[in-house]
Design a protein around this ligand. Structure first.
Ligand code: 5AD
Ligand code: SF4
Length: 519
C-alpha cells in the first residue's frame, strides 16, 4: 500500500462543535492534501471561516475563496497544489481568490506568489489563528485594480506590514517588496514556535463520532530525508490538562473515539510535568463516554514499554500501533539519522508481541534512500517477514529542500526505486493475505462508519483499525457511529468481510475464548 501522495480529503462540514452556521453569501472551497495533522488543521480552518461568516461549498465553481491545505512530504505531493492552481487559474477572471495553506505555504513562502501570481493568501499552519484578520484584509481590498488605503495601526497590531499597494501579514515582521501588481497578497508564515495553534477557537470536526486532538506539534528529530522539522517547526506539547478538557468536551458532545495526533506523538512532554504520554493516553481512555483512543504517529526512539502496558491495562485504548521503521538495515537507519538500530526497533516489537492483547502493528518504509544497496533492501524485506505487519505504507525516497540527505550522493535511479517498491508491496501483500485469513471465524467489535449501497454492505472499523465490511438483516439497520459485533467470514489482503451478530459481544473476549487473534 502506498499512501498520501494520493491522499486528499475534502473536509466538509458535518458537525460544527458549537460553531453557529450562518446564512451568508461569502463562500469557500477547501481541499486538503497530506496527513491527519493536515486534515485536522483543515477542521480548524473550516471552523474559523464559518465563524467569520463564510459558507463551505463543495466545488471550486461555487466558491468565492478557494483554499488548498498542502503537503510537502514528497515532491509529488507538493506538485499537486501547483497543478490545481494552474487548472483553476482562469477562474480568477470571475473574481475568485486563491489561498495556499499548510506545509507548501510554509516551505515556499512568498515564492508561491511568483509561481502562481493569482494566489492572494499564503499561510502556514502555525498562523491559522490569525486567519480572521487575514480574511478581513483579503475582503477589504479589491483583488486587483484599485488601491485601498490600509490602516497601519491595525496592520501593526498583527505584525503586518504594508508597502506600497501590497499588504503583507508577516509574523516575522519582514517587509514585503513593493510589487508591480496591485493584488492583495497576504502571508502568515513564521509562527512555527508558537503553541497557540493548539487553541484555535473553533473547530469544525467532520465526523460527529470520531475526532482528532493535536497533543504535540512539530518535530526535533531531523531525520535526513524529512522536511517536517522545517515546515512544522520545533516540537512543542500541549498541557495534559488542556488535552483532557478537550477530550471531555468531545465526549459531552457525543464523540466516542478520539485520535491523539502529533508528528511524533510519543515524544509528548507535558509542559506542566503532570503526565507522561502513556499516562495521558490512559487518562483520555478513562474519560466517561470514550470507547476508543488511537494515537499517531509514534517514533521508535521514544516508544517506551509503558505505552504497551497502558494498552494492556486500559481496554478503550485501541490495540493498534503505527510504528514507522523506514528501513530494516541498521546501516540505512544510521544514514537516515533515525537514532535506533534494527535490533532496538525489534525490541519494541517484542514488547508489543508479549502483551496480553494482540496488538496490530503497521509501519512506513522508504525504499531507495541514497546508498541503499540490494543487501540493505533485503534486510527491509526480512524485517517485514519477522514483524508480520498488518499494513505497510511504502514510499520511494524523494529529495526534499533543506534536508541533510540532499548532500548525499549514491542516488538510486528512479526505475530501481520503483522496482524495489513493487517487490516490497508484493511481499507485504502475501504477508497480509496470510495474516488476515486468521481472523475468519472470530467476532469483532466495529464502529459503524457507513453504508455501501451498491454492495449492500455496512462499513465497519475494528479496534485494530482494520476495515470490516458486513451484511446485516434488512430489519437491523445499524446506526452510523454505533458499535456492533460482527462475525468475520472472509478476508482480503486489506480488509475483512462479515455478518452482523445479534449479541453485541466484545471482540477481545470472544477471540480470547476461541484462541484466535483479536482484530
Ligand atoms: N521521501 C519519501 N518518503 C518520505 N517520508 C517522509 N519523508 C519522505 C521523503 N523525503 C515518508 C516516511 C514517513 C511518512 C509519513 O512519509 O516514511 O514516515
Ligand atoms: Fe520527519 Fe523524522 Fe520528524 Fe518523523 S521523526 S516527522 S520522519 S523528521
Amino acid at each position: 500500500m502506498t499512501r498520501d501522495e494520493g491522499w486528499r480529503a475534502r473536509v466538509i462540514l458535518t458537525n460544527m462543535s458549537g460553531v453557529p452556521q450562518q446564512n451568508t453569501e461569502k463562500t469557500f472551497y477547501l481541499e486538503t492534501f497530506g496527513c491527519q495533522m493536515n486534515v485536522h488543521d483543515s477542521e480548524k480552518v473550516v471552523g474559523t471561516l464559518v465563524q467569520e461568516g463564510y459558507r463551505q461549498v463543495e466545488s471550486v465553481e461555487q466558491a468565492d475563496l478557494i483554499l488548498y491545505n498542502t503537503c510537502s512530504i514528497r515532491d509529488k505531493a507538493e506538485q499537486k497544489v501547483f497543478h490545481r492552481l494552474a487548472d483553476y487559474k482562469k477562474l480568477q477572471a470571475q473574481g475568485k481568490k486563491f489561498g495556499v495553506l499548510g506545509c507548501v505555504a510554509q516551505q515556499e513562502g512568498e515564492k508561491i506568489f511568483e509561481r502562481a501570481p493569482h494566489v492572494s493568501l499564503v499561510c502556514g499552519s502555525a498562523s491559522y489563528r490569525n486567519l480572521p484578520q487575514m480574511l478581513t484584509q483579503l475582503e477589504g481590498k479589491p483583488h486587483a485594480g484599485d488601491s485601498v488605503p490600509v490602516d497601519s495601526g491595525f496592520l501593526a497590531s498583527l505584525g503586518m506590514t504594508s508597502v506600497g499597494n501590497d499588504v503583507g501579514v508577516t509574523n516575522r515582521g519582514s517587509e514585503l517588496e513593493t510589487r508591480d501588481s496591485q493584488l492583495v497578497r497576504i502571508t502568515g508564515l513564521d509562527d512555527r514556535q508558537t503553541d497557540k495553534c493548539f487553541e484555535t477557537e473553533f473547530t469544525a470536526r467532520t465526523n460527529p463520532h470520531r475526532g482528532y486532538i493535536t497533543i504535540i506539534e512539530g518535530c526535533d528529530k531531523f531525520c535526513a530525508y524529512c522536511v517536517v522539522p522545517y515546515t512544522r517547526g520545533k516540537e512543542r506539547s500541549r498541557t495534559s490538562q488542556s488535552v483532557l478538557a478537550e477530550a471531555r468536551q468531545m465526549a459531552d458532545l457525543g464523540y466516542t473515539e478520539i485520535q491523539l495526533l502529533g508528528q511524533n506523538v510519543n515524544s509528548y512532554r507535558d509542559p506542566d510535568g503532570k503526565k507522561t504520554f502513556a499516562e495521558l493516553l490512559a487518562a483520555v481512555g478513562e474519560v466517561p463516554g470514550i470507547r476508543r483512543v488511537r494515537f499517531t504517529t509514534s517514533h521508535p526512539r521514544d516508544f517506551g514499554r509503558d505505552i504497551v502496558e497502558a494498552i494492556d491495562a486500559v481496554p478503550t485504548l485501541c490495540d493498534h500501533v503505527h510504528l514507522p521503521v523506514q528501513s530494516g538495515s541498521t546501516r540505512m537507519l544510521d544514514a537516515m539519522q533515525r537514532l535506533y538500530t534494527r535490533e532496538q526497533y525489534l525490541e519494541r516489537i517484542a514488547w508489543m508481541k508479549a502483551a496480553t492483547r494482540k496488538i496490530s502493528i503497521t509501519t512506513d518504509v522508504i525504499v531507495g534512500f541514497p546508498g541503499e544497496t540490494e543487501a540493505d533492501f533485503a534486510e527491509t524485506l526480512s524485517l517485514l517477514d519477522e514483524v508480520g505487519y498488518d499494513a505497510v505504507f511504502s514510499f520511494k525516497y524523494s529529495a526534499r529542500p533543506n534536508t541533510p540527505a540532499l548532500k548525499l550522493d549514491d542516488a538510486i535511479p528512479e526505475e530501481e526505486k520503483s522496482r524495489r517498491l513493487d517487490v516490497l508491496m508484493a511481499r507485504q501483500r502475501d504477508i497480509q493475505v496470510a495474516r488476515y485469513k486468521n481472523y475468519i471465524g472470530t467476532r469483532c467489535e466495529v464502529m459503524v462508519e457507513g453504508h455501501n449501497q451498491a454492495r449492500g454492505q455496512w462499513i465497519g472499523r475494528t479496534s485494530q483499525n482494520k476495515t470490516l465490511n458486513f451484511t446485516a438483516p434488512q430489519t437491523a439497520s445499524p446506526k452510523i457511529g454505533s458499535y456492533a459485533s460482527v462475525l468475520v467470514t472472509r478476508s482480503f489482503p486489506n480488509s475483512l468481510v462479515g455478518e452482523l451478530e445479534d449479541a453485541a459481544t466484545s471482540c477481545a473476549e470472544n477471540a480470547r475464548e476461541m484462541g484466535h487473534a483479536v482484530v
